[in-house]
Design a binder for this molecule. Structure first.
Ligand code: ADP
Ligand code: ZN
Length: 220
């Protein structure tokens, strides 16, 4: 079993790397951002509540987020392990996760990897970031454009930017990350399960570094 947490500021490529890790280890990928976005798209009550926080660059309240992740984690798909992308994002969420895992049969987190990218690079990256409105595939206007402008390579869906990817919101999300999310690293560092890699411009370089870092932690 492999239970992994992926950390890193917004725009560091967590979604892409989480998809890799999910494939390498055959474990389920849970992205809280994706769950919120699919709820927004479906017009659920959860989506409606979350949207206001997300568009402002703030965290969705813990009462909503923690319950949502717990119920996801209890699905059979995550029995063999999981890669968490976007959770935990503050100390109460990290504590709730530990509590949940303990209750779920003495489970624990085995590895925590953070992706580092300088702030100014992040801002440039996020401003060019695009997403398929149909299947969620990710693109970038400069680094990874779809073959046909505005259309998804995978499904032909319309490629758009996220509502929360404006410069002001990005700056707010960065400051929330440093104030609330970064402090949780200490908890995993103390356990000796934390490692940091660099997010490179070339995705394959980041993927290679990620794979090496995980192999080290898992003594493969
Ligand atoms: P990014 O990493 O680019 O900020 P995400 O898709 O992970 O994007 O998250 C988008 C937004 O969803 C966040 O800015 C936040 O508002 C909300 N969100 C995601 N995960 C959490 C969480 N664990 N707790 C609270 N809010 C969250
Ligand atoms: Zn698509």
């Amino acid at each position: 079993m492999k239970n992994i947490i992926l950390l890193g500021a917004p725009g560091t490529g967590k979604g892409t790397q989480a998809a890799n890790i999910s494939k390498w280890y055959g474990i389920g990928h849970i992205s809280t951002g994706d769950i919120f976005r699919s709820n927004i798209k479906a017009g659920t009550e959860l989506g409606l509540t979350a949207k206001a926080y997300i568009d402002a660059g703030h965290l969705v309240p813990d009462e909503i987020t923690i319950g949502m992740v717990k119920s996801k984690l209890s699905e059979p798909a995550y029995k063999e392990g999981f890669i968490l992308d976007g959770f935990p994002r503050n100390i109460p969420q990290a504590e709730a996760l530990d509590g949940y895992l303990l209750e779920a049969g003495g489970k624990r987190i085995h590895a925590v990897v953070s992706i580092f990218v300088p702030d100014e690079t992040i801002v440039l990256r996020i401003l060019g970031r695009r997403l398929c409105s149909n299947c969620g595939a990710s693109y970038h206007t400069v680094y990874n454009p779809p073959a046909k402008e505005g259309l998804c390579d995978a499904c032909g869906g319309k490629v758009v930017s996220r509502d929360d990817d404006s410069e002001a919101t990005i700056r707010e999300r960065l400051s929330v990350y440093y104030a609330q999310t970064e402090p949780i690293i200490e908890r995993y560092r103390k356990l000796g399960i934390f490692t940091q890699i660099t997010g490179h411009e070339i995705i394959d370089e980041t993927s290679d570094e990620m794979h090496e870092a995980l192999k080290k932690i898992f003594c493969e």
